[in-house]
Ligand binder design. Structure first.
Ligand code: B12
Ligand code: SF4
Length: 492
């Protein structure tokens, strides 16, 4: 069987978003799925974020896949559907279309379309393998009820099969088929680190922040890849930079000690980046030093807020003091920091200014400010879903206010759009000569990618620094100013 796996582009071709300026990683979901079926079937991966739009119909017409798999997070949902529609338009029922990923899992009903044959709910490896085996055996499409983890279309009806358990040890999955995206390798980057490999070393998170669906997506379980398997994958990657995709890499002290031991024992010399919590950094400063010596170059943390009350309301189970201290520890160790903070739709002007001031005090290398929103599948979504001004998936990019703002929408976006300029002091305060000299070889390597980053960042800054862009999105996407009630809302 011929299988085509597609990573859709962000919702508008050429739109400036995170992935075009700050971080674009390889489609790790697709390489993980490909590894499960590659031995017996022919698999190709197309990454539409880096391909011209006409590649998709061309590949579909030439390759004529029997199975089309598309991955999607919420912001990609419509583009993922468009990919499936394109395949059905060209190949008709000769192709079986299946969607998977965070949005299809959390909102499976959003994809009940005649051109989508199935939705994979949750972890995809085994489900996808079984679907492909079923089709390869020539069995009927409407007899997939025995395959767990699916939402399938049977005639006019949609059925959900029993849930797929997420119990399988991560080491028992084959290593992702990264060679299928090797021709795109130079396209994947994080900031000035060009040519990054992405490796997932754990799934799940033990915390339960109410704005995040990770702990629910992974059924409140956390599973880890062994140190040996992680280092096997680090060694196999030809890239010098590695991004570990785990939502919370810093969870388990013993696992990290084992990892450092393994990296040292095998003499692997790579620079790697992680996402991790500030409380762990503060409690384990000694271990952070060992991680740095083993190649850790950047930690991305959800700092979220400059106030303890807000952290508590978000169920973050962390404190402002930890955030301040962690930023300090990382700076002292010569580890770059990226911090995500949220502004809230109900904020007054002074709260924006206070946040920007705190970020500058923290001296984080790359601060990033997003807008708090109830993302699909989160506790916040369940509790505040009725406050949503729109359910248009394209707005769930953390860059738009999907709930009412206290300030006028114009003033809200004006204050929000200030963040990048207002927090420059933080970056400058972090990248001091003393800091840069702590790791001269790394900084020299990053300097090589700096020119490209500057170019990309300029474009991003132009887009996110102009409040008109946010307001225009609201008009263009939903056809009206979100603040003005529709006639139906007025009647209600
Ligand atoms: C890397 C990453 C990115 C990359 C791009 C990801 C990519 N596809 O290449 C970048 C940096 C660009 C990015 C951007 C954003 N991201 Co992001 N990102 C991630 C991260 C950290 C890893 C993704 C990954 O590769 N995972 C590894 C693979 C193996 O796991 P997986 O994708 O879940 O795939 C498995 C299953 O879902 C399933 N599956 C997936 N696809 C398919 C397809 C088929 C056919 C089948 C059968 C199964 C299947 O099988 C796979 C194997 O088990 C995730 C967190 C996470 N845990 O995944 C967040 C995450 C996906 N991002 C998230 C968000 C919110 C964003 C942003 C909106 C916001 C932001 N400021 O970061 C932007 C939006 C960008 C845009 N397009 O507008 C949320 C999405 C929530 C949601 N409701 O969709 C996540 C879950 C983080 C979180 N804490 O909630 N992101
Ligand atoms: S925000 Fe981070 S710490 Fe909180 S649940 Fe999500 S992944 Fe875990």
């Amino acid at each position: 069987m011929k299988i085509l796996l597609v990573q859709p582009a962000p919702y508008e071709n050429g739109r400036i978003g995170l992935e075009t300026a700050l971080w674009m990683s390889e489609p790790a979901a697709l390489t993980a799925l490909a590894a499960m079926v590659e031995g017996e079937h022919e698999v190709r991966i197309v990454d539409m974020r880096v391909e011209p739009a006409d590649v998709l119909p061309r590949v579909l017409a030439e390759y004529r896949p029997h199975v089309l798999g598309v991955t999607a997070m919420t912001t990609d949902a419509y583009q993922a559907q468009a990919v499936a529609l394109c395949a059905k338009s060209i190949l008709g029922d000769a192709v079986f279309t299946i969607l998977g990923g965070h949005h299809p899992t959390l909102m499976p009903g959003d994809h009940d379309q005649p051109y989508i044959d199935a939705v994979c709910i949750g972890e995809g490896e085994e489900t996808f393998q079984e679907v492909v085996a079923h089709l390869a055996a020539g069995r009927a499409r409407d007899e997939m009820a025995g395959i767990a983890g699916l939402r399938i279309r049977v005639g006019q009806e949609v059925r959900t099969t029993p849930a797929r358990s997420q119990a399988r040890e991560l080491d028992s999955f084959p290593a992702p088929a990264r060679h299928l995206v090797a021709h795109y390798a130079h396209e994947y980057f994080f900031a000035a680190a060009n040519g990054i490999a992405s490796i997932q070393t754990s799934r799940g998170c033990a915390f339960d922040c109410n704005f995040c669906a990770i702990w629910e997506f992974y059924e409140r379980k956390v599973r880890f890849l062994s140190a040996r398997a992680i280092v096997d994958r680090m060694e196999a990657a030809t890239e010098r930079f590695i991004m570990f995709l785990d939502d919370n890499f810093l969870t388990h002290r013993q696992r990290l000690e084992e990892l450092v031991d393994e990296i040292e024992r095998r003499g692997v010399r790579k620079y790697w980046m992680i996402q991790g919590r500030t409380d762990f950094i503060v409690k384990n400063a000694d271990l952070m030093q060992r991680l740095r010596d083993a190649g850790l170059m950047m930690v991305l943390s959800g700092y979220e807020s400059n106030e303890d009350d807000t952290l508590a309301a978000l169920q973050k189970d962390n404190s402002k003091a930890n955030n301040l201290e962690a930023a300090h520890i990382l700076r002292e160790l010569g580890i770059l920091s990226m911090g995500i903070f949220m502004v809230h739709p109900d904020w007054e002007e002074r709260q924006f200014d206070q946040l920007y001031e705190t970020i500058n005090q923290m001296r984080i290398t790359m601060p990033m400010v997003v807008i708090h929103m109830p993302l699909p599948g989160t506790q916040a979504w369940r509790e505040h879903g009725d406050e949503l001004l729109t359910r248009d998936a394209r707005f769930f990019d953390l860059l738009h206010a999907v709930t009412p703002t206290r300030l006028t929408r114009r003033r809200f976006y004006e204050k929000y759009a200030e963040w990048n300029g207002a927090t420059m002091k933080s970056t400058r305060g972090s990248l001091t000569p003393a800091f840069l000299l702590k790791r001269p070889a790394l900084m020299l390597r990053l300097a090589l990618g700096y020119r490209k980053l500057e170019k990309k960042s300029k474009k991003l800054r132009r887009a996110i620094g102009d409040p008109e862009n946010f307001l225009r999105d609201e008009y263009e996407i939903v056809g009206r100013d979100l603040e003005t009630p529709t006639p139906a809302e007025l009647v209600a």
